[in-house]
Design a protein around this ligand. Structure first.
Ligand code: XLS
Ligand code: NI
Ligand code: NI
Length: 436
C-alpha cells in the first residue's frame, strides 16, 4: 500500500527547476563550510502537526483529507499511520522526526493500558526506522492535553498531577531511548499561571526544578545520554508561561543547577511572541553554550498567537543560519519543522509542498549565510567596531586589571573619550541584501 502514489522521491533539480515537487536549493550532498547540507540542516518532520492535525479550529470541523485514517483512535490505526509517516519522510528525504507520546499512540483507560498502547506503536516505529534509516531527533511527553493537567504538570497545585507527569515522562524517556532518540524535549505546556492571586510561584518553580532533576536521575539509570531541551514560549496556553523566553529558561536552568544536561530548543514563532527576533534568541542562548536545537516555523506578525506556519522567508532563514554557523552547528539538535499546513491546504500533497518549501528556504539561507561569512565584510566590521577593547584601557578592563580608581585616574588625565564612530546600520543592511 502507498499513501502518496503520485509522489516519487523528491530530488534536487537546481535553481531553474519549475517542478514544485523538487528542491531548487537543498542538495543534500553538497558541501558547505566542510559539511554536507544534510549534516548542517538535520531536518526533522514533526509528527503532531503533519500526521495528527486535522484542520479543525474553534469555529469549524476538520478539513484534512487523510485517506489512510480509518476515523478511529485505535492502536491499529495508529500503527498504520506510522507506515504512512515513514513513507512521507522517506520520499521527502528528511533524516529525522520528532513526536509527543500522545501523537503516536492513543491514551487508554489506565496508565498501564496507555503504556501498552505506546509500546505497540513503538514496535512499528522501530521497524520503520530500521527500514528507512530515518532517525528520532527527539521525543517529548504531552503534559497538557489531558484535563488532569489543567493546573499544570510539574507545577500543578495538585501533587498527584506531578506524580502522573513523572510516570509519563519516565515512560516517554525510556521509549525515546529505545528508539535511539538524540534529545529529549520539555516544552512547558501548562506550566505557568493565569492569575497570581491563586498561585505560589516559588513553590511551583521549585517543583519544576525537582522534576527536571528526577528526569536527569532516570536518564542516568537507563543510560540515556542525550541532551534535555527546554523550549521557551511566553504565552499560550497559559497567560504567562514560566519558560517565557531564552533568558527566563537560562535563569531557571542556572538557578536549579541544570546547565550540565540541559540546552534550549528555540522556536521562531515563540521568539516573536516574546517580543524578540529568532536571531536574538539564538544569539542569546548560543553565546552561553546553551543552544540545543530549533523548531523551524514562523508566525504572522499581525496575529498574536502561535500560527506555526512553514518558514519560506529567505531573510529569516539566513539570519537563523548565520547564528547556527556562528555557534558551530546545530547537532546533535536539528531543524525541526514545528509547523502545520493551513486548514485550507487540506490535500495530502500539501504536506509535501510545505516541507519542500521549508527545506529549500533553509538551504537557501544556509548558502547565503555561508557566502556572507566567506566574504567576511560583516564580521570585519564588527571586529573593527570593538577595536578599542583590543589594547590599552579596553584590554585592561577586559582582563580585570582596571578598577574604578584606575579608570578615574585615566579619565582625569585624558579629559574626554575618543571620538565615537558611526554604527553604519543602513550600509550593512544594504550590504546584506547583496547576497539575495
Ligand atoms: C507548542 C510547542 C510544541 C513543542 C513540543 O507551542 O511548540 O509543539 O514543540 O511540545
Ligand atoms: Ni515547538
Ligand atoms: Ni509553537
Amino acid at each position: 500500500m502507498t499513501a502518496f502514489p503520485d509522489v516519487q522521491k523528491i530530488t534536487y533539480e537546481g535553481p531553474d527547476s519549475k517542478n514544485p515537487l523538487a528542491f531548487r536549493w537543498y542538495d543534500e550532498n553538497e558541501i558547505v563550510e566542510g559539511l554536507t547540507m544534510r549534516e548542517h540542516l538535520r531536518f526533522s518532520v514533526c509528527y503532531w502537526h503533519t500526521f495528527r492535525a486535522n484542520g479543525s479550529d474553534p469555529f469549524g470541523a476538520p478539513t484534512m483529507l487523510r485517506p489512510w485514517e480509518d476515523g478511529t483512535d485505535s492502536v491499529d490505526n495508529a500503527r498504520q499511520r506510522v507506515r504512512v509517516a515513514f513513507e512521507f519522510m522517506e520520499k521527502l528525504g528528511a533524516p529525522y522526526y520528532a513526536f509527543h507520546d500522545r501523537d503516536v499512540a492513543p491514551e487508554g483507560s489506565s496508565l498501564a493500558e496507555t503504556n501498552r498502547n505506546l509500546d505497540a506503536v513503538v514496535e512499528v516505529l522501530k521497524e520503520e526506522q530500521q527500514r528507512t534509516g530515518v532517525k528520532l531527533l527527539w521525543g517529548t511527553a504531552n503534559l497538557f492535553s489531558n484535563p488532569r493537567y489543567m493546573h499544570g504538570a510539574s507545577t500543578s497545585c495538585n501533587a498527584d498531577a506531578f506524580a502522573y507527569a513523572a510516570a509519563q515522562v519516565k515512560k516517554c524517556l525510556e521509549v525515546t531511548h529505545a528508539l535511539g532518540g538524540e534529545n529529549y524535549v520539555f516544552w512547558g505546556g501548562r506550566e505557568g499561571y493565569q492569575n497570581l492571586f491563586n498561585t505560589d510561584m516559588k513553590r511551583e518553580l521549585d517543583h519544576m526544578g525537582r522534576f527536571m532533576h528526577m528526569a536527569i536521575g532516570h536518564a542516568e539509570k537507563i543510560g540515556f545520554d542525550g541532551h534535555f531541551l527546554i523550549e521557551p514560549k511566553p504565552k499560550e496556553p497559559t497567560k504567562h508561561q514560566y519558560d517565557s523566553d531564552a533568558a527566563a529558561c537560562i535563569n531557571f536552568l542556572r538557578a536549579y543547577e541544570l546547565t550540565d544536561r540541559f540546552r534550549l530548543n528555540i522556536e521562531t514563532n515563540h521568539a516573536t511572541l516574546a517580543g524578540h527576533t529568532m536571531m536574538h534568541e539564538l544569539d542569546y542562548a548560543g553565546y552561553q553554550g546553551l543552544l540545543g536545537s530549533i523548531d523551524a516555523n514562523t508566525g504572522d506578525l499581525m496575529l498574536g498567537w502561535d500560527t506555526d506556519q512553514f518558514p519560506t522567508n529567505y531573510y529569516l532563514t539566513t539570519e537563523v543560519m548565520l547564528m547556527l554557523l556562528k555557534y558551530g552547528g546545530i547537532g546533535p539538535g536539528g531543524v525541526n519543522f514545528d509547523a502545520k499546513v493551513r486548514r485550507e491546504s487540506f490535500e495530502p500533497i500539501d504536506l509535501f509542498h510545505a516541507h519542500i518549501g521549508g527545506m529549500d528556504a533553509f538551504a537557501r539561507g544556509l548558502r547565503i549565510a555561508a557566502a556572507i561569512r566567506a566574504d567576511g565584510e560583516l564580521s570585519q566590521f564588527v571586529q573593527q567596531r570593538y577595536a578599542s577593547w583590543d589594547a590599552g584601557i579596553g584590554a585592561d578592563i577586559e582582563s580585570g586589571k582596571a578598577d574604578f580608581m584606575s579608570l578615574e585616574a585615566y579619565m582625569l588625565e585624558k579629559g574626554e573619550i575618543d571620538a565615537n564612530q558611526s554604527g553604519r546600520q543602513e550600509m550593512l543592511e544594504h550590504l546584506v541584501n547583496r547576497y539575495f
